[in-house]
Design a protein around this ligand. Structure first.
Ligand code: GLN
Length: 263
């Protein structure tokens, strides 16, 4: 009889312990993912894109997008936790539900809108061609025919480069790496977002490189959210508030040194 009771107790104990472990495991698994906690938004970004997003020597995220997203979180009553992801995994991560949003200088495109939702536009950008300083041969996209072009993988810059007939396109994980390839003399040009290229040149990180001609495209950045996310409205409301209360202008001035253009 005693033995029998002990067996039951033991099995009950094991069962509880197992359940306990399972719950802890489940909680831990949820803790790393999205929608785990209504007060936290897990936001993906590829922090190799200054002045929009980068990582300081201390390992902190910083940039225009980072400040803007934190301010949006404040208005929406959410804590923002940034997650460092490759640019071309941001949309898959949104689709898979492992992040709640992505802010990464991401252009609102029809192709992307087919799989994710975007906030209202928050920044006007466009693609520019960068070449070696003093190159007088390349002025337009047509001049890139048959040339070697570097771009960042999964970007509108890479798409545009790939549309040039006869061009050889090499893709890199980040825009600075593509620009470095140009500085090293391995390619004839880089097609990349103008503000990011201009920043890389201005900070002296990419010597001997200049931007040519007119912008190739006019693009708008948006915050990407999973398709049909219930948070789109809250993000847009926060963004609108930040524009009217001056916070947006303040963040813009901090990172670009000038007043934002009229919307
Ligand atoms: N705006 C470009 C795009 O969306 C590049 C973004 C980036 O490199 N972070 O494709």
């Amino acid at each position: 009889m005693q033995l029998f009771m002990m067996k039951i107790m033991r099995s009950a104990f094991l069962k509880n312990a197992a359940l306990g472990l399972l719950t802890t495991g489940l909680l831990a698994a949820c803790g790393g993912g999205a929608q785990s906690d209504g007060d936290v938004w897990s936001v993906g970004t590829e922090p190799g894109f200054p002045p929009f997003e980068s990582i300081t020597n201390e390992g902190e995220f910083e940039g225009f997008d980072i400040d803007l997203m934190r301010a949006i979180g404040e208005k929406a009553g959410k804590t923002i936790e940034f997650e460092n992801l490759p640019f071309d995994s941001l949309i898959p991560a949104l689709q898979g539900g492992s992040i709640d949003a992505a802010i990464s200088g991401m252009t609102i495109t029809e192709e992307r809108e087919a799989t994710v939702d975007f906030s209202d536009p928050y920044f006007k950008a466009g693609l520019a061609i960068a070449v070696e300083k003093g190159n007088t041969e390349i002025k337009t996209l047509d001049d890139l025919e048959g040339k070697k072009i570097a771009a960042q993988i999964g970007t509108t810059g890479a798409d545009t480069a790939n549309s040039v007939p006869g061009a050889t396109v090499s893709t890199f994980d980040s825009a600075p790496l593509a620009l470095q390839e140009l500085a090293n003399g391995n390619v004839d040009a880089v097609v990349n977002d103008a503000p990011a290229t201009l920043d890389a040149i201005a900070t002296g990180n990419i010597p001997g490189v200049e931007v040519v001609g007119e912008l190739l495209t006019e693009e708008s950045y948006g915050i990407a959210l999973p398709a049909d996310s219930e948070n789109v409205a809250a993000v847009n409301a926060a963004l609108a508030e930040l524009k009217t209360d001056g916070t947006y202008a303040e963040i813009y001035k901090k990172w670009f040194g000038v007043e934002p253009p009229a919307q």
